[in-house]
Write a protein of this length. Structure first.
Length: 121
């Protein structure tokens, strides 16, 4: 039987997405996504926020770069990927969401194209 690696998240973009071009003119965009759950503990409301590292590649990264901004509410689908890297002589690990599909959510004003994107068109 095959396995499934699928992630679905709805959250707010935590900081302005970082867009880069790699060798071969391959686009990549990355940003943190915050998902928040609310519950009551001892009669008090409690908020727990989880942060996710989001990665988008190629044409999706180029499209996302034109419309995504800090604070926007988005839906993302993708898969988990863990990679290792060496920092200060130590092996570190990071888990990322590699996005296959995304949709902007929220109020009508959330869909307004940023002025900077209009200048690029």
């Amino acid at each position: 039987m095959s396995s499934i690696n699928k992630v679905i998240l709805i959250g707010h973009i935590g900081k302005s997405p970082e867009h880069r071009k790699l060798s071969g003119d391959i686009s990549v965009i990355s940003f943190p996504l915050a998902t928040t759950t609310y519950h009551k503990k001892d009669g008090n409301s409690k908020e727990d926020t989880e942060w996710h590292n989001i990665i988008m590649w190629r044409d999706m990264a180029d499209s996302a770069n034109k419309i995504l901004e800090k604070g926007k509410l988005i839906y993302v689908e993708g898969k988990l990927q863990t990679r290792s890297f060496i920092k200060d002589g130590m092996t570190r690990y990071t888990t990322e969401i590699i996005v296959s599909n995304f949709t902007l959510l929220g109020r009508n004003s959330d869909f307004a194209v940023p002025e900077s994107a209009l200048q690029q068109l």
